[in-house]
Design a protein around this ligand. Structure first.
Ligand code: NAI
Length: 408
């Protein structure tokens, strides 16, 4: 009998052996990649736990398919089911075109308060990469998901609201801007910064990582991004005691070598991070950053290790977690059984980790690595790999499933 996941009073997730988990297949290539991804995840769980555990997948409606059937892009029922089941997998969703229609992804993140966007980035050989040593990239980006200029508070040039606000700025704050300005607001708060940085630090300790880097532009935006830096240090040092050390202490007391069980908290200016992750990627581990920086660095890092087709992602809150492919609906190849399913499958591996089923998550990652190394890959990779043989999305998913059974 399947059952609901619950969370106890101290925040521990309680996962039954047969948890109900919601899934949104998604638009475009969602229909190509989801069946294979589901098969791989089910195979991993069955093989690792000798059929003692099994996911009960609960389909929920969202996107173009939902609109056709119900007239709603994102029915309230879908959000309610996701909230009640607590964990969901999600394929890509097309953003409906038209004024006043918000991105479905943003609506899901806002409504369920999924405040941390988590993107692990590592290299799977022989995926083509523009870097000489892509194997040195092994980072996890924690991006704040609810604040910053992405909060969607902005007014068009010449609008009544922007004229009003320009007047207020001039009269009350001595800030004289051109009357034609469009305006946006960049909210950043200690509470929301701290919960994000705390999550990044917890992850670092749980996964034996060495450092958490606060990535910010506090040199220019003193109170918003500068605040992120300050609040980040505060929460890291207050919440984890002696186990969290600053860079100064690392050199004063530990000769630059991070002692076991400790994590270094440090900060870097955002533009420097972009240079560093190309020039000395081995020096970066966990990166915690505000929304806009996180958007840029996640995709840049994904490109460094071979592109969005393989990069997994998760959006996690206090009471709900959604695991999703990081790419879009790829309308150019949708329905052609050509898409690379790895992003969805590796997001599923993150979900298995979140359930506490780490051995199954590891088994999936190993099987993906073996399948990629085998050289029979989807067209996005085959075209760029000498000696590779092109296979369909379905076939490639089955190859991953076979590696899994052979390797478990
Ligand atoms: P996209 O990621 O769908 O496609 C960009 C390029 O990458 C295309 O050439 C596509 O063929 C290729 N590509 C993407 N995923 C692939 C995969 N798994 N295997 C092989 N090739 C792959 O980005 P685009 O074209 O900007 O957006 C299309 C739609 O997707 C839009 O409606 C957009 O709003 C939506 N979108 C949704 C996201 C989500 O649900 N998380 C994220 C990004 C975009």
């Amino acid at each position: 009998m399947s059952a609901h996941i619950s969370i106890d009073s101290d925040g521990t997730w309680l996962v039954p052996d047969n948890p109900k988990i919601a899934f949104i297949q998604g638009d475009g290539i969602g229909t190509d990649i989801w069946p294979g991804a589901r098969m791989v995840l089910d195979t991993a769980v069955a093989a690792v736990f000798s059929n003692q555990k099994k996911i009960d997948w609960v389909p929920v409606a969202a996107g173009a398919d939902s609109f056709e059937r119900t007239g709603k892009w994102l029915p309230e029922e879908t959000l309610e089911t996701m909230r009640s089941l607590k964990v969901a997998m999600k394929g890509p969703l097309a953003t409906p075109v038209g004024d006043g229609i918000r991105s479905l992804n943003v609506q899901i993140r806002r409504t369920l308060d999924l405040y941390a966007c988590i993107r692990p980035v590592r290299y799977y050989p022989p995926v083509p990469s523009p870097m000489k040593h892509p194997e040195q990239v092994d980072m996890v980006v924690f991006r704040e998901n609810t604040e910053d200029v992405y909060a969607g508070i902005e007014w068009a040039s010449g609008s009544r609201e922007s004229r009003q606000l320009l007047g207020l700025l001039k009269t009350h704050l001595d800030c004289d801007l051109p009357g034609s300005c469009a305006l946006g607001v960049k909210p950043m708060s200690p509470e929301k910064t701290k919960r994000l940085v705390k999550k990044a630090c917890e992850y670092a300790f749980e996964n034996n990582r060495k450092s958490v880097t606060l990535m910010h532009k506090g040199n220019i935006m003193k109170f918003t991004e500068g605040g992120f830096r300050r609040w980040g240090y505060e929460t890291a040092l207050e919440s984890f005691g002696d186990r969290m050390i600053t860079e100064d202490l690392l050199y004063e007391k530990y000769e630059g070598i991070v002692p076991d069980g400790h994590v270094v908290i440090r900060d870097r200016i955002a533009d420097m991070v972009f240079a560093d992750v190309l020039l000395k990627p081995e020096q970066y581990d966990i990166i915690a950053c505000p929304n806009l920086n996180g958007d840029y660095i996640s995709d840049a890092l994904a490109a460094q290790v071979g592109g969005l087709g393989i990069a997994p992602g998760a959006n996690i809150g206090q009471a709900c977690a959604v695991f999703e492919a990081t790419h879009g609906t790829a309308p150019d190849i949708a329905g052609k059984d050509m898409a690379n399913p790895c992003s969805m499958i590796l997001s599923g591996a993150m979900m298995l980790d979140h359930l506490g089923w780490h051995t199954a998550g590891d088994a999936v990652r190993k099987a993906v690595a073996r399948a990629l190394a085998g050289g029979r890959v989807t067209p996005d990779l085959a075209g760029r790999l000498t000696g590779a043989k092109e296979v369909s999305c379905t076939r490639f998913s089955h190859i991953i499933g076979e590696k899994l059974v052979a390797g478990s």
